[in-house]
Design a protein around this ligand. Sequence first.
Ligand code: NAP
Ligand code: ZN
Ligand code: ZN
Length: 346
Amino acid sequence: MLSVKGFAAQNETNPLSPYSFERKEPGEHDVLIDILYCGVCHSDIHQVRNEWGGSIYPMVPGHEIVGKISKIGSNVTGFKVGDLAGVGCFVDSCRTCENCKNDLEQYCEKGMVGTYNGRYADGTPTYGGYSGQIAVDEKYTLHISEKLPLEKVAPLLCAGITTYSPLREWKVGKGHKVGILGLGGLGHMAVKLAASMGAEVTMLSTSPSKREDATRLGAHKFALTSDVEGMKEYMNYFDFIIDTVSAPHDINFYLQLLHTDGTLILLGVPPESPKLEIFNLIMKRRRVAGSLIGGIKETQEMLDYCAEHNITSDVEVIPIQDINTAYERMLKGDVRYRFVIDMASL
Ligand code: NAP
Ligand code: ZN
Ligand code: ZN
């Protein structure tokens, strides 16, 4: 086994603290990655605090991992020692079901193996990127461009792909009016990506202080969702709304902002699911959809797209010792726009 240092949650209430643990040695198909940066996703908080149920402790969170390969297994063909590499939200899947065969491993019929808070096929728990090293099968490892600043690339592994995938699935582009609900980690990537694809982007936010940033990130319009008068101009307006909100909120209000045949795409996973007012759908043939991260092939496509278009995340780099404060700030919506842990601080 490989001895690794990291930060872990020991249960759902205590703060994260230093933790030394053992993880699997790199096998013949694995690369060993020395982790340089790891992004902090709101899903880390939901899982650390067991807001979705079933959390496994001790939990070493982190699924926005970038680093450098320090060792490769004897059968690895796509990577060499010294290459940059990335790992996102899962490290394995069954590889044989329809979804796995169609590059949709995130929807694996037997369940993907989460990068943390999951279990490998043999039952041993997975530990994530708030740590020094990780061994991952090369099939589930991403190539990272040398062109972009690494700390700004880390969040692409979850926030980037989670917003890129639905934009591609629904072929969002020129002529579409897109609302992005919630300007945090996912939201700011959604703004950048949707704008780069040619859509008219409106930021829908609860934070007046984020207005200027929204424009800088590429949004064409900004709407303060608490401004009852101001919101009237957006009734029946959008073709798509991408909902990235992490806390309970009334989706029925946002459904009314959709045009006929408009689609509300749910990405955020608040601890409690919202109540749906069916009239908001049937009166305008509107739809509600959901989307989960993206498959390995599409994640690589997104990373290559971002390298080509010079798209990265806006980050605040923190030492790992500040992780608990970062969580508190995210819970207050005070993130601009992704915390990224510099693993040199470990
Ligand atoms: P984040 O950085 O904390 O951003 C969430 C944003 O939501 C906040 O910045 C805030 O934006 C808004 N918000 C927060 N509380 C609100 C409230 N009570 N009412 C209205 N708006 C509120 O979180 P994140 O990392 O982007 O993650 C967002 C959600 O997506 C989480 O639930 C996470 O688990 C989920 N997620 C899903 C997937 C997937 O595959 N579907 C992948 C990753 C994450 P404003 O200040 O602009 O209002
Ligand atoms: Zn995430
Ligand atoms: Zn599968």
